[in-house]
Ligand binder design. Structure first.
Ligand code: MTE
Length: 331
């Protein structure tokens, strides 16, 4: 991104333990009926989840244990858990790749509210329990491509953003959705006066049809576990055909608006980071090529370059959203 320094603390390939057994272990547990304490618990989930008075922590635990496997996941090897939670971009904790894991110890999710406002019939301050209650979680393995030309394959857990949006009943004037991350210097050290690198809050936005697309996920977990602070706890977006900076973390505001919101990276360098930010090997970043990407884990001896795919390999599903659009000008 705009502020870059070489990360000397990047984990070395020999330090990385792949969680290769992850899917097979879960599948096996499911098969023998042990996952989420078996069928009895599974059947009682909807009723339990709807109950008032269940804490979000309890809700999260039950929903994670009973998540369903999305049938369209990529079969590419997932990036090891260790890399997913130690190699991060989360400027609220600092600009280094290891700053989020190193500076987020003790981060408390409580209290957490999501303010919903703008062109909706049901605005309000929603608790995390309100947000999570009716949704069933899905395990989805997506390719994840950062604008900086590194990529991962991540087993996310979450639910379609469309299902959440529909609950708020957007009006016909709602053409875009704008998201904000929490501003709290007590919880995010880089937001403290004198240490700020970017204007807060971190802001992102999607066109309404992008937000409602079935691939767009409201993420609550990774590798079957609740999101850690460095990954954007308790709620973050995942838009797999767009560069990673669109996937805003630790969301506290969802606004329904008529005009395209100006994202943080547009505010900082509009000529480098556009609103659409669709992964596209045919449109280079002004300072580097987007034709290839370093698939993590990698090392300086084995950078593991692979070709970048248009829309990050999701062209069949999302190409029609951009029919007739000049992707060079709408980058
Ligand atoms: N969200 C907030 N609030 N702050 C950030 O700095 N970084 C973005 C995105 N979401 C960022 C954010 C960028 S640049 C990327 S590549 C992804 O988060 C990184 O997600 P990861 O750390 O889970 O890999």
């Amino acid at each position: 991104m705009l502020i870059r320094s070489r990360d000397k603390t990047e984990p070395k390939s020999f330090e990385i333990t792949p969680e290769t057994g992850y899917w097979s272990r879960r599948d096996w547990l499911r098969a023998v009926g042990l996952m989420g304490a078996g069928l009895a618990t599974l059947k009682s989930v909807p009723a339990m989840a709807l109950e008032q008075g269940v804490t979000w922590q309890a809700m999260m635990k039950t929903k994670l244990a009973n998540s369903s496997k999305w049938p369209s996941s990529t079969s590419e090897t997932p990036t090891p858990y260790k890399d997913v939670v130690t190699y991060n971009n989360f400027y609220e904790f600092g600009t280094g790749k290891n700053d989020p894991v190193n500076n987020s110890e003790g981060f408390k999710v409580d209290p957490w509210r999501v303010k919903v406002e703008g062109e909706v019939a049901k605005p309000g301050h929603y608790t995390l329990e309100d947000i999570l209650r009716p949704h069933t979680f899905e395990d989805r393995v997506y390719r994840f491509r950062c604008v900086e030309a590194w990529s991962m394959v991540v087993p996310w857990v979450g639910f379609p953003l469309a299902d959440l949006i529909k609950r708020f009943e957007p009006t016909s004037k709602a053409k875009y959705v704008r998201f904000e991350t929490l501003v709290d210097p007590d919880r995010f050290p880089a937001q403290k006066f004198g240490r700020s690198t970017i204007p807060w809050p971190y802001v992102e936005g999607l066109r309404m049809d992008e937000a409602l697309h079935p691939l767009t996920l409201m993420v609550t977990g990774v590798y079957g576990k609740a999101l850690l602070p460095q990954s954007g706890a308790p709620l973050r977006l995942m838009v797999p055909w767009k560069y990673g900076f669109k996937s805003i973390k630790s969301i506290v505001k969802i606004q329904f608006v008529e005009k395209a919101p100006r994202s943080t990276w547009q505010q900082l360098a509009a000529q480098e980071y556009g609103f659409y930010a669709n992964v596209n090997p045919e449109v280079d970043h002004p300072r580097w090529s987007q034709k290839r990407e370093r698939r993590l884990p990698n090392s300086i001896w084995d950078p593991n370059w692979i070709p970048t795919q248009k829309f990050n390999g999701y062209e069949e599903q999302v190409g029609p959203l951009y029919a007739g659009m000049n992707l060079k000008t709408h980058y």
